[in-house]
Design a protein around this ligand. Structure first.
Ligand SMILES: NC(=O)c1ccc[n+]([C@@H]2O[C@H](COP(=O)([O-])OP(=O)(O)OC[C@H]3O[C@@H](n4cnc5c(N)ncnc54)[C@H](O)[C@@H]3O)[C@@H](O)[C@H]2O)c1
Length: 181
């Protein structure tokens, strides 16, 4: 997957996992809102054809890199190349059944990529973060609908996919405290 030249006047938003289900919708919305998405995906769950379809919808080429977020140097190179305004992250594996069969791979991918992303952000470029929560990390609900005040009930999460996200929430929470806006 070759990178294309972007429009340097637009704010660039790095979007790991952008060829996936949610990310591909996000690219379209970003372009419609006047931003320039920088796609980073290892194509582990989708083919490049999905990005080509999005390009047909928006009518322009999209800057993209076939990079695994577990590749720290690869991520660092992208940050060096682009003055990233923000990151919207969607890179993860999400199959509950597969996570039960392959827990180590799920923890490695879903927690490992986040540690790499945060390493690049804070160690090399120092940028503040905000993050949104994922409902699965709250376990069995004490009340509905969820809000961010709901306590985490980690032990009631039944599968490695959810637990990997639970670990990520703690990493993000601790990082937000250590590096406030
Ligand atoms: N789809 C849902 O209903 C839903 C609901 C709540 C939360 N989420 C979360 O939203 C995020 C995106 O979900 P989705 O449904 O779009 O998933 P998806 O599988 O459609 O897309 C994820 C993308 O990430 C890529 N990817 C995975 N690991 C990567 C890595 N190490 N490096 C680079 N790219 C990698 C995959 O190739 C894929 O294109 C996930 O974190 C998921 O847990 C999804």
């Amino acid at each position: 997957m070759a990178a294309t030249t972007g429009d340097s006047n637009k704010l660039q938003v790095l979007v790991p996992g952008d060829i996936g289900f949610i990310g591909s919708h996000c690219i379209i919305e970003l372009i419609n809102a006047g931003y320039e998405p920088i796609v980073v995906d290892n194509l582990s769950n989708f083919s490049i054809v999905c990005l080509q379809r999005v390009e047909q919808i928006v009518g322009c080429r999209i800057i993209n890199y076939k990079i695994d977020c577990l590749d720290l140097e690869g991520l660092r190179d992208i940050f060096k190349k682009h003055s990233t305004y923000a990151i919207m992250n969607f890179a993860a594996w999400k199959s509950v059944d597969e996570s039960v069969e392959k827990p180590v791979l799920y923890y490695k991918n879903n927690v490992g990529y986040l540690l790499n992303l945060l390493t690049v952000l804070f160690v090399f470029f120092f940028k503040p973060i905000n993050h949104d929560f994922l409902t699965i990390v709250y376990g069995s609900p004490k009340y509905l609908s969820f809000d961010e005040k709901h306590p985490y009930i980690g032990d009631s999460i039944t599968n490695p996919y959810g637990k990997s996200k639970y670990i990520c929430e703690h990493i993000l929470k601790d990082t937000t405290i250590a590096y406030p806006n």
